[in-house]
Design a protein around this ligand. Structure first.
Ligand code: FAS
Ligand code: PHB
Length: 389
């Protein structure tokens, strides 16, 4: 079989690229190792930068997002009983959209299937071959039957544990990593959000985040030990700990209920360079990971897709490879800024096991400075709504 672009990974990156290319008449196939339901069962991101929102609209899949998503023009930073707001709109003129990754991935699947897009599920043994040649190809198995796809280009959208990054020789790859000494325990509950904006909360006991998906679906996180497992936390224990980590006025207003999803995500910062090797292009979590504190993971995958999509269109329409040749450098320039913001917000709001009294004073001074300085809030807002593509 032959296609123009072979996309490995049917998460948001791969699906968004496939849908955008389709709208330009560029043929692709998406190879996904799990099932559609499995992919949709993963509860992950919730905040979309303006750039991502525009891309979804350009891909023709923005209708439900625009109808059901929430525009948020600011957020709350809390510490102990103190709190203050940062207005994204006042500082940047833009906002963010609250719309779950699960829903946007569903919209992308629906659109690809409505267009009879080529989506292959339950693929195994995916291998990328001759990526350095003019005639790369991908092999894989489904139900024990071997398949081969000849293509012009390969998009590695297969996440942190995928095969694409590993295809680039270690002699070529440079990897940068920081593993944080804590994780996030996340709970989804069919309860009304505790506040109309997100609350990022520093507390003596550790970080907490109050987020949401809609008027009756809330998403909460608490910093937890890496040795924890979700089974260690009853709903009662989770709610009790969350209440101890947010200002009491919010704790008293919190509506609790049974968790419908409970999971722990380890936190790491990771980047691999370059993000291109011959005809193979890495996108999203296949190339980089951030701690979710800055809501940058999914949004940085979107900017990768923006650059690659435009590079591919330029090639297929004008036979010009300038966009593709610039992809890695351009994508990495924005990736590293997202890494910085995610790392700095994580350091600002989490309790580290080895923190000294001086370290705590530095965190408090940093939060106080952010509270009182317009320029500091502008910088925070510019990063949170998303730096320019
Ligand atoms: P994904 O990992 O979403 O998708 C990759 C796909 O490739 C998967 O479906 C996988 O099954 C498939 N795949 C893997 N190997 C393959 C192979 N060999 N062959 C074929 N297919 C293969 N970001 C935020 O902004 N906020 C958050 O709160 C947040 N929480 C997160 C929680 C967790 C537990 C994780 C892991 C990530 C979280 N993220 C969050 C980041 C997350 O949203 C990612 O940025 C986003 O899923 C990136 O999308 P993709 O690049 O498509 O990668
Ligand atoms: C979420 O709603 O899942 C969410 C929101 C903001 C973050 C991380 C996760 O920074």
């Amino acid at each position: 079989m032959r296609t123009q672009v072979c996309i490995i990974g049917g998460g948001p990156s791969g699906l968004l690229l496939s849908q955008l290319l389709h709208r330009k008449g560029i043929d692709s196939i998406v190879l996904e190792r799990k099932t559609r339901d499995y992919v949709l069962g993963r509860i992950r991101a919730g905040i979309l930068e303006t750039g991502f929102v525009e891309l979804m609209r350009e891909a023709g899949v923005g209708a439900r997002m625009d109808a059901e998503g929430f525009t948020h023009d600011g957020t709350v930073i809390a510490y102990g009983e103190e709190e203050f707001g940062i207005s994204f709109h006042a500082h940047t003129g833009t906002d963010v959209m609250v719309y779950g990754q699960t829903e946007l991935t569903r919209d992308l699947y629906d659109a690809r299937e409505a267009a009879n897009g080529k989506l292959v599920f339950n693929v195994e043994d995916v291998q990328i071959n001759d990526a350095q040649s003019e005639a790369p190809y991908v092999t894989y198995h489904v139900d024990g039957i071997a398949h081969r796809i000849d293509c012009d280009y390969i998009a590695g959208c297969d996440g942190f544990h995928g095969v694409s990054r590993q295809t680039i020789p270690t002699s070529v790859r440079r990897e940068y990593e920081k593993v944080y000494p804590f994780g996030w325990l996340g709970v989804l509950s069919e309860t009304p959000p505790v506040h109309n904006e997100l609350i990022y909360s520093w507390s003596e006991r550790g970080f907490a985040l109050c987020s949401m998906r809609n008027a009756n679906l809330s998403r909460y996180y608490i910093q937890c030990s890496l040795s924890d497992s979700p089974d260690d936390w009853t709903d009662t224990a989770f709610w009790g700990e969350l209440k101890r980590r947010i200002p009491s006025r919010h704790a008293e207003a919190l509506v609790t209920g049974p968790s419908i999803e409970k999971s722990i995500a380890p936190l790491r910062s990771f980047v691999t360079e370059p993000m291109r090797w011959g005809r193979l292009f890495l996108c999203g979590d296949a190339a980089h990971i951030v701690p979710p504190t800055g809501a940058k993971g999914l949004n940085t995958a979107a900017s990768d897709i923006h650059y690659l999509y435009h590079g591919l269109v330029q090639f297929y329409q004008d036979k010009d490879t300038a966009g593709l040749d610039a992809y890695s450098e351009k994508a990495l320039a924005r990736v590293w800024k997202a890494e910085r913001f995610s790392w700095s917000t994580t350091n600002l709001l989490h309790r580290y096991p080895d923190q000294s009294e001086f370290d705590l004073k530095m965190q408090r001074a940093e939060i106080d400075f952010l509270r009182g300085n317009d320029a500091a809030q502008k910088v925070f807002a510019q990063n949170y709504v998303g730096l320019p593509y």
